[in-house]
Design a binder for this molecule. Sequence first.
Ligand SMILES: C[S@@+](CC[C@H](N)C(=O)[O-])C[C@H]1O[C@@H](n2cnc3c(N)ncnc32)[C@H](O)[C@@H]1O
Length: 248
Amino acid sequence: MGRKSKRWYLQRKRDFYYKLAKKLQYRSRASFKLMQLNEKFNVIKPRKIILDLGCAPGGWMQVAREIVGDDGFVIGVDLQPVKPFGYDNVVAIKGDFTSEETLNKIRELIPNEEKKVDVVISDASPNISGYWDVDHARSIDLVTTALQIATEMLKERGNFVAKVFYGDMIDDYVKLVKKYFEKVYITKPQASRKESAEVYVIAKRYTGKKWEEKDNIKRERKKESDGELLIKKIKSMRNKEVQNKSDQ
Ligand SMILES: C[S@@+](CC[C@H](N)C(=O)[O-])C[C@H]1O[C@@H](n2cnc3c(N)ncnc32)[C@H](O)[C@@H]1O
């Protein structure tokens, strides 16, 4: 396929899910990703309690609600506000899921005494810098926090789904997930654009193993990735300056 026709094909595919989401009144085209993931891996089932980390505008929450039905419960959390859904058993919190304050709000909402959910799903995206390795490192930080939350809040044998931007730390991340779950897969649903770096980690059957401190996000690496970003920005500004001078 030529470059032009490939672009056209990708555009049309994008429009297909975009239009379908509009037609079926889903809040995002991402809804179809969760539907396709669930068809293949059967992670969410009727009557279950779901926690959605990074849920705005709420497309995954709509799909989760359809699957769990009237007797299930869906809690979402996002930095952005989420419009109400009109169901008593679907609730969204505005907050940062990496903060203890937000985690306390989630704990309060879980409708059982043991404060445990059946499935943790996360489609959270970091702020995109446009630099592949920096975005990958930020995404790994977010999914590591999501995994830590899953190990605290999941019932034993519960499931975990998380989006991650592909890169060289993915193997270590999958190794980490395997420490806590019986079965782990990496997949890319059809509704995910081929040119996007996102893949989804599907982890089934939480073993109940407690989170180990040594698995916390490596703060040094985070500093390094922010530093790298700054250096790249400066270099790119300098290149532009050189380019402008040579154009004059
Ligand atoms: C791709 S969107 C999620 C789309 C959603 N699955 C849907 O179907 O509507 C990613 C979201 O992650 C959220 N996010 C990123 N980091 C977060 C954090 N630390 N706490 C809460 N939300 C976060 C962003 O605000 C953004 O709304």
